[in-house]
Design a protein around this ligand. Structure first.
Ligand code: ADP
Ligand code: MG
Length: 642
């Protein structure tokens, strides 16, 4: 509880004590005998209950008055003020029972409910902040031979920083010296520490567990992983789900409607049917108390908030509650192959050089041409070559996505890529009998051979596809620019429903559009399509799909930008988890909506026919709010969600 909440709590406690005292005096003391007349006793009671009422509710009254001044009449402050003032005003009807006690009680309980709400919201905020407590406060840099702590914002790209065991890595970079184990749990939910040594990339937000490491920064603090994640989580609250907007709109019409009905209820029967005023005014007031939509207005956003927070605990960043809603309806999941379902680190299976060149030279030429590319294929070729790469020898590099690369190496034009690329530049290539991705290489327009590389599927990919089916996904499709036989082998191994091969990036967009059409036309038409990619040349598809899921936020900026959901861990099995969290959250949201509206409707009917009294109305209102909030907080509990 924060200071303000504590003050409110104390104020409510004082009001409750005074209320009890007033109640005892009103019930047990012979006020009428003491004061002489019944009327004097009634006004004494009035004064007695007015004190706790004002102590508990003066802020509600003030807010209601202020809002009326601003032209926003119908909010819950207004409802509560009118209902309670009305209860006190019944003192003016001589033939009615006094209802001051109820008026004061309504305000008291309402404030208890409000306090509970603000506590619940604060708590879920705090726990998100806590699990997002990955922001480092300082970076160690060496100045004049001494280690000093500086603000991470002051560290420039390319500076050397030192991370001691037990400290959080403040900025993304590359390990220059030392080796250690990193705890990435706060980022990825993965509990196994990750080994790093010289030359490895490390991302900010991890905790350095064992060794002292020197890191050369590759990004400024503001663009490092931690800063970006924090920004994402903070902005998530602004992207509201349709359900959420619906509730806001609903409250906007609902409250005036209820006030209208309450007025009619209080006025029509006495005027037209000659019934007693006090009885019907009282029914109208009860109506107002029950009608307060606070349970809905607070619990729905709180449920979404919980779902987003819970997901981020598992390393799944959802950029807004609208995406959580879409995710819950996912029926088709489309995957990119390389780097998403497969590891993306290719092994060289064979190097087939033509007669006039040797295999080492072929690999060296290819590695040089690929030296500036970030494509998983390029990285694997560079790794397989292992020799030194002299960037002075390379010029005019051009990457042709879905085809390969073109570069000038030692003044000679090199093409490395697939058969499409060879055909486009008119090189006479020949195929290979081996299964794998084939990189054809040409030198100055002459074919010099090919390198066959192969990739393995990720260890949890098969389980991930099964988990998706279990979570209710109807169709899984893989899209790839790779060869058909490679695609078929992967699709078969993973048990995918469909695959399409030999696609250029723009073909992938067209395929996704076709699949979108099929998904939306299928069944109830509510089904959605998710595309999962690693962000390398699939950003257009990520934005085109109903929901774009990017793998490996560990590196790719394009992915974070284009995607709606970012998986901090490269594991495909997290997709099913994200869908499950989304479904659970939506279930909780609808439980709350149905429950809150159901109970309200019931009490409203009871109030209209005169069965419900003010006490029941109060308990129904506060009780429903508290239960709905407790239910909403379950959305955050993802640990026991499988
Ligand atoms: P995927 O759809 O599997 O993610 P891409 O669309 O990135 O694959 O690439 C499709 C094909 O284009 C690859 O299988 C490869 O044949 C060729 N290719 C793409 N980039 C490169 C590169 N840098 N070097 C060589 N070949 C490449
Ligand atoms: Mg790809």
């Amino acid at each position: 509880m924060n200071k303000k909440q504590k003050r409110t709590r104390n104020r409510i406690l004082i009001a409750i004590v005074l209320f009890v005292v007033a109640y005892i005096i009103a019930e047990l003391m012979p006020l009428a005998t003491w004061l002489g007349t019944e009327t004097a006793a009634l006004w004494a009671e009035f004064a007695l209950f007015l004190i706790p009422y004002l102590i508990a509710g003066y802020d509600v009254l003030l807010r209601a008055a202020k809002n009326i001044g601003h032209g926003q009449v119908f909010d819950e402050n207004f409802l509560m003020s009118v209902a309670t003032i009305g209860a006190f005003a019944l003192v003016l009807f001589p033939d009615s029972d006094p209802h001051m006690a109820e008026g004061a009680a309504v305000m008291l309980f309402y404030q208890v409910g409000e306090l509970f709400q603000s506590y619940a919201v604060g708590k879920s905020r705090a726990s998100i902040a806590e699990m997002m407590d990955i922001a480092p406060d300082f970076a160690n840099v060496e100045r004049d031979g001494e280690l000093v702590q500086v603000d991470p914002y002051e560290v420039a790209v390319g500076d050397e920083i030192i991370v001691k065991p037990g400290e959080r890595v403040p900025i993304d970079g590359i390990v220059l010296a030392g080796s250690s184990q990193l705890d990435t749990a706060a980022l990825t939910g993965e509990s196994m520490p990750r080994e790093v040594r010289e030359g490895d990339e490390i991302i900010s937000g991890c905790v350095n567990l064992t060794g002292l490491i020197t890191v050369r920064t590759t990004k400024p603090f503001g663009e490092s992983t931690v800063s970006r994640i924090l920004e994402l989580v903070e902005n998530a609250a602004e992207k509201k789900a349709r359900t959420e907007n619906f509730i806001t709109r609903f409250a906007r019409y609902y409250t005036p409607a209820v006030v209208g009905i309450a007025v009619l209820l209080a006025v029509i029967p006495p005027l037209l049917l000659g019934q007693s005023w006090s009885d019907w005014v009282q029914r109208g007031l009860i109506f107002l108390v029950v009608s307060c939509p606070c349970a809905l207005v607070i619990s729905v956003p709180l449920s979404f908030f919980g779902g987003i927070g819970g997901a981020s605990r598992l390393g799944i960043l959802v950029k807004g509650s609208n995406y959580l809603e879409t995710l819950a309806h996912t029926e088709t999941v489309v995957f990119d192959k390389t780097g998403t379902l497969t590891d993306g680190s290719f092994n060289v299976v064979a190097v087939h050089a033509e007669a006039d060149i040797d295999a080492d030279r072929l690999l060296s030429v290819a590695a040089h041409a690929e030296a500036f590319s970030n494509h998983p294929i390029a990285l694997s070729v560079q790794k397989a070559y292992a020799g030194p790469i002299d960037k002075q020898r390379i010029a005019d590099v051009e990457e042709q996505s879905g085809h390969g690369v073109r570069a000038t190496v030692d003044e000679r034009v090199v093409y490395v890529g697939n058969d499409k690329l060879m055909r486009e530049c008119g090189v006479d290539y020949h195929d290979c009998e081996l299964t794998g991705t084939i990189l054809h290489v040409s030198l100055d327009g002459a074919y010099v051979g090919h390198i066959v590389i192969a990739d393995v599927v990720k260890p949890d990919a098969t389980a991930a596809i099964e988990a998706l089916r279990a979570a209710g996904v109807k169709k899984t499709v893989m899209l790839t620019g790779d060869r058909t036989d490679v695609a078929a082998a992967v699709a078969d191994e993973l048990g995918l429903d469909e695959f399409r091969a030999q696609l250029l990036p723009q073909d992938k967009v067209a395929e996704v559009e076709k699949l979108l059409g099929e998904t939306h036309a299928h069944g109830t038409g509510k089904g959605k399509l998710a595309f999962v990619g690693d962000g390398i040349n699939d950003a257009p598809v990520l934005t085109r799909a109903d929901i774009g899921i990017a793998m490996g936020a560990m590196g790719s900026d394009a992915a974070i930008e284009a995607a709606d959901v970012v998986l901090m861990d490269d594991k495909p099995s997290n997709i099913a988890k994200a869908i499950r969290i989304a479904r659970t959250t939506m279930r909780i949201v609808w439980q709350n909506i149905v429950f809150a509206l159901g109970v309200k409707l019931l009490v409203l009917v009871l109030a209209a026919v005169g069965i419900a009294n003010m006490w029941l109305a109060v308990f129904a209102d506060v009780g429903v709010a508290v239960i709905a909030i407790l239910n909403a907080m379950r959305a955050m509990n993802v640990r026991n969600m499988k």
